[in-house]
Design a protein around this ligand. Structure first.
Ligand SMILES: Cc1ncccc1N[C@@H](C)c1ccc2c(c1)OCCCO2
Length: 115
């Protein structure tokens, strides 16, 4: 088993974990604000404030197009969803709370799967 073969196996395992984690994020009851791209026509100011929009359906598309090298690049996009949420929404708002709940859920799940 060469180093390269081990790396390839790790990436395969990592990508399998991305699929499991994404399915769980999409199924979460607090996922509703994050399932599709924010329509900037329906949300004034969003396009100006949020430089790198991201949502679960875009992550699903990127995963299907093999655009994630490994688990790490996937985690970066998921965290972008939650960082955008914190930037735009008050902590004490429906969407803000959903974002905090989803981030906590995600952090707990990927650390469980990895440890
Ligand atoms: C994650 C996020 N951050 C900031 C604003 C919106 C969103 N999510 C989008 C999908 C959304 C959620 C609720 C909405 C909405 C759009 O349409 C405008 C009317 C109110 O209802």
């Amino acid at each position: 088993c060469t180093k390269k073969a081990k790396m390839a196996k790790d990436n395969t395992n990592g990508l399998a974990m991305c699929r499991v984690l994404l399915a769980e994020l999409e199924a979460h009851q607090d996922a509703w604000p994050f399932l599709t791209p924010v329509n900037h026509k329906a949300v004034p100011g969003y396009r100006k404030v949020i430089k790198k929009p991201m949502d679960f359906s875009t992550i699903r598309e990127k995963l299907a197009n093999n655009q994630y090298l490994n688990l790490e690049t996937f985690i970066i996009d998921v965290n972008l969803v939650f960082d955008n949420c914190e930037k735009f929404n008050e902590d004490d708002s429906e969407i803000g709370r959903a974002g905090h709940n989803m981030r906590r859920f995600f952090d707990e799940r990927w650390t469980e799967l990895l440890m």
